[in-house]
Design a protein around this ligand. Sequence first.
Ligand code: SF4
Length: 351
Amino acid sequence: MDFFNSRIHHWYAIYKRDLPWRNARNPYFIWLSEIILQQTRIDQGLAYYLRFTEEFPTINDLANASEDQVLKLWQGLGYYSRARNLFFTAKYINQHHHGMFPDDYNSILSLKGIGEYTAAAIASISFNLEYPAVDGNVYRVLSRFFGIQEPIDTNAGKKVFYELAKELIKGTNPGMHNQALMEFGALQCIPKNPDCQHCPLREGCFAFGSGKIGDLPVKQNKTKQRDRYFNYLVFVHNKYTWLRQRTKNDIWKGLFEFPFIETSEKTDVGQILINCEWGMITNSSGIIVESISSWKVHILSHQKIHYRFIKLNMSGEIEMLDDLIRVNKEDILSFAVPKLLEIYIDEFLKK
Ligand code: SF4
């Protein structure tokens, strides 16, 4: 363990990336960076982090924003429930902790949207507490170096890794140690073709010595994806179109999008126009199909969204249901929309 720790700490001192939250101990900044980085790579996440901290420099500023503002800033990162939890928790901290981030692990863990990993990252980096932060990078490094074959996606496997990580963090500078391990996994012991020849852990590494780098870490379950089919209906009348906010407990709750009809498979447009859900969107007359895009696919962790856009021109009497919002095309960019709509909207606005 001493060999492992000293080599990783030494490597980190030389190779760590200079990132804005690395110079901060402010728990709000650490929390923000961790939540954003669960969604994306550092290069993209950095831009989001800078935008968030510029717009909301304190928890109080975030708590006093509107949910739409937060979702708009989050747009493109996916997993919008994380943005909603971020907003909820900022308001909670403001109301129940006088705007001060709690400074003990259990209180941090009790906050909405903060799991064991994030709580440990905040507790160790901001408050110097010895809690190991075990993310995907850390699982990979530990499983390869120590030769742990327990699956990382089972409770029993997670416990094995957590106990080892707890031993490793003892007596270290916990914030530095956690960041060093995560950074080592992100830059050196990467998932595919790590550069073992130049790795400071090579001598003691089980995976390198036994040629099992590609086999570790072990995963038991492969995630199953559900196929869904969204037929977006882009109603157009002069310079107006219509959007609807997603309110159900489903993906993208709170975001805006063109109304759509979901089908169980790819369906003819003729079937869409007589679908019973059509009446939940419009009772207008004189609707003509102007164009139909090809099907595209958007991949989420558990769902595969097949989608297309059916552009509809309206020339008769217009009667849209109450939950649809009439939007001037030029204002459409001010709404937070799911990522898959962005490219279409760009094209749509050019016409
Ligand atoms: S030797 Fe290779 S597999 Fe082992 S820790 Fe280093 S990079 Fe990872």
